[in-house]
Write a protein that binds this ligand. Sequence first.
Ligand SMILES: Cc1cc2nc3c(=O)[nH]c(=O)nc-3n(C[C@H](O)[C@H](O)[C@H](O)COP(=O)(O)OP(=O)(O)OC[C@H]3O[C@@H](n4cnc5c(N)ncnc54)[C@H](O)[C@@H]3O)c2cc1C
Length: 465
Amino acid sequence: MSTKARIAVVGGGISGLATAYYLKRESLQRSLEIEISVIDRSNRLGGVVKSERVKGFLLESGPENFVSFKPQTLELITELGLKDQVIGSNDEKRRVFVLNQGRLQPLPEGMGFLVPVDFKSFWSSKLISCPGKIRALLEPLVPPSKGDLSVYSFLQRRIGKELTDKVAEPLVSAIYGGDVRRLSISSALPDTHRMEQRFGSLWRGMRQHSQRGTSSSGPFFLTMRKGMEQLIEGLVNQLSDRSVYRNIQDLRLHCESGAYRLRGVDLDRVFDVVILSTPAFASAEIIEGVSQEAAHVLSQINYASTTIVYLAYNREEFSHPLDGFGFVTPEKEARVLDACTWVSSKFEERCPPDTVLLRCAIHDGRHERNFTSDDDTRDKVHEELQRVMQISCSPVFSSVVHGRRTMPQFTLEHAGRMKKITRLLHLHPGLFLASAFTGGVGIPDCIGTGRRTAKLALDFLHPTP
Ligand SMILES: Cc1cc2nc3c(=O)[nH]c(=O)nc-3n(C[C@H](O)[C@H](O)[C@H](O)COP(=O)(O)OP(=O)(O)OC[C@H]3O[C@@H](n4cnc5c(N)ncnc54)[C@H](O)[C@@H]3O)c2cc1C
């Protein structure tokens, strides 16, 4: 190819920006001439990732941190020269509580993600009854599952109903903002499913993992000093202004003699490769003119909406010790909120020193809540915190942010849909998808998806013999 290959990345969230970054890095390494354009409907890049400092409070309306045991994020941050901006969680306070009969109780000790690994510590838990503990400890004897199951059925089968209801269900639904009875184990928790299939039990898998010394040292959660949006800024700085098209509405894709034309308000350009890093429902609209069938399947992928409520209190008046990272609520107890992070305990520098900061997440994946206004939402969340944490003071600061259709739901139909979409897109060489719904919702997963897709796109343009 004598002229530069033109690549469009549609969607400038973390998935799209990571894709663009790896396209640039890999093309330089391979000495390939390409021209990358990032196109977004919004004026602001970053998508779900958004950080704001308001009156001394650092507010994250999307992700607040990333896990350290998946290396992709820290590798990328290091390459961007931002490693000195990373801060770790205060792991001496790394305890999570769960709401049980209206009271907060610590999650059992000795658990490796969702399964007991240290039997002695696990046995000391006051949250789980004796029969519940015995049932959970029989996990190594339960044969591996066959086929795909809902996350709930899978876990209930492996660790029993009590540990699933009280611990696993609220933890998983806090991550996905969804209903574990509808989420698929192979799509939503593929590593857990693979571990069970490979080692015959989660306990055996976790043991192998720790014996191989693969568990990382250092803080479990990491974040950026000025908020997660610092990562977005680092990625945007890698792009030239001329290659970013913001505020492009009504984007539609058309096939044009072996290439693709992207047309929207104020944009009409032809590309050799198009990578859609938009949510499934947006990708459906964009590609409708190219493949109605793929658009139809994409439009069936559901998204949950989330409301994030920040509440700050005067530290002196706040009677709860905040001796942990926060709490999650099992389905039965989730009256108002689904999870609460005790931000000022988990990370430093997130709020003025004379205050404490709490971040509450309300998802619509398990329950619909009928709040009449933001004030109503804030008041109900505050009342719930008063009840659960036995506090009597009033908030000195609050913020309510809604995220509509932000979290893809990896339901039991997801794997089948993705297979179908992949088959349909094979008919359109040079068209790729790289988004949270294709390779996992976590920040490290989105970065990994971007990296893999960049490689696929360059291999497509310049196949290696
Ligand atoms: C409330 C919340 C908390 C979270 N917390 C964490 C956490 O703590 N840790 C973690 O690892 N993960 C977390 N996640 C998950 C993670 O943040 C997301 O999965 C990830 O940011 C999604 O990135 P994305 O680029 O795939 O999608 P998005 O961020 O949705 O980006 C899509 C981009 O496409 C653009 N777009 C949409 N439609 C069009 C169109 N028609 N034309 C052009 N552009 C379009 C949008 O403007 C946007 O910029 C959280 C998610 C949410 C919602």
